[in-house]
Write a protein that binds this ligand. Structure first.
Ligand SMILES: NC(=O)c1ccc[n+]([C@@H]2O[C@H](COP(=O)([O-])OP(=O)(O)OC[C@H]3O[C@@H](n4cnc5c(N)ncnc54)[C@H](O)[C@@H]3O)[C@@H](O)[C@H]2O)c1
Length: 256
């Protein structure tokens, strides 16, 4: 049984990891879910999983850099409205600042920051026309406010997302649209596998983050532990919360 009225939600990057977990939890809570991903086969699998479990989902193959408007058009054509957008799609690849060419560097900004911006504008225009508000949730990262090697492209894109959250919260508030974010720490998803190695399985990670408890909870998160916070924000039950990004990192960023 849904605990809030049934809503129509778009989740980008929902074919894998955190987005998949968010899509499944939203569907379990009775919402209609648009499973949007550049990997159409994965989006189909997630939508089929939701439908097999008795939920409702539509899979859409989309590159959020170019297809945000089509994604929203397909949503409105199927469901007649859109109430929730979760900007979750993301990519990570290590890039050395001194030697990386700007096309490579820019790809992260283009997918995560500009992709989220384009999806937010396309959805917000529909929400404003509908006239009954809505919720936008941006999946950020602790990298948005911490430094890290080989990550200036990724961290900058995530920092920009946090600023987008604040600015859209202000600009869309008169329309009843809440805009918030979630900043995960380490999460057990395919993104944790960098150049073939799961960073959570390395000796460095085990020593520093687990044994020495640089992560106070001494483990990476499961995607569902991020999804539960994203869904809380997406449902809009926290009606006085807007413009903020909730850090969900097992305590990582409060240690030093
Ligand atoms: N895994 C972590 O440790 C971690 C930590 C902090 C933040 N995050 C963020 O969480 C979000 C989800 O990451 P994840 O860990 O689940 O990774 P993931 O690789 O499992 O999932 C990312 C999904 O985004 C999709 N995607 C990539 N580019 C796209 C595009 N242009 N258009 C549409 N879809 C696209 C991918 O196909 C994939 O399904 C990302 O924004 C990521 O930056 C992840």
């Amino acid at each position: 049984m849904p605990q809030t009225p049934q809503q129509v939600a778009i989740v980008t990057g929902a074919g894998s990891g955190i987005g998949r977990a968010i899509a499944i939890e939203l569907a379990q809570r009775g919402h209609h879910v648009v499973v949007a991903d550049i990997n159409g086969a994965n989006a189909q699998l997630v939508a089929a999983h939701i439908i097999a479990a008795g939920g409702d989902a539509l899979d859409v193959t989309v590159d959020i850099r170019h297809d945000a408007q089509r994604m929203v058009d397909e949503t409105v054509s199927r469901y007649g409205r859109v109430d929730i957008l979760v900007n979750n799609a993301g990519i990570f690849y290590p890039a050395d600042f001194l030697t990386t060419d700007f096309d490579t560097w820019h790809r992260a900004v283009d997918v995560m920051f500009m992709g989220a911006t384009k999806c937010s504008q396309a959805v917000a225009r529909v929400m404003v026309t509908q006239g009954h508000g809505g919720q936008i949730v941006n999946i950020s990262s602790v990298n948005a406010f911490l430094g890290a090697p080989l990550s200036s492209h990724y961290n900058t894109a995530k920092g920009a997302i946090d600023q987008l959250t604040r600015c859209l919260a202000v600009e869309l508030a008169p329309h009843g649209i809440l805009v918030n974010g979630v900043a995960p720490g380490f999460v057990e998803t395919p993104m944790a596998v960098v150049e073939g190695v799961n960073e959570h399985t390395t000796e460095d990670f085990k020593q520093f983050y687990v044994k020495r408890r640089r992560i106070p909870l001494a483990r990476p998160a499961e995607p569902e532990e991020i999804a539960t916070v994203a869904v809380f924000l997406a449902e809009g039950t926290a009606t006085y919360l807007t413009g903020h990004t909730i850090v969900v990192d097992g305590g990582l960023s409060v240690t030093f």
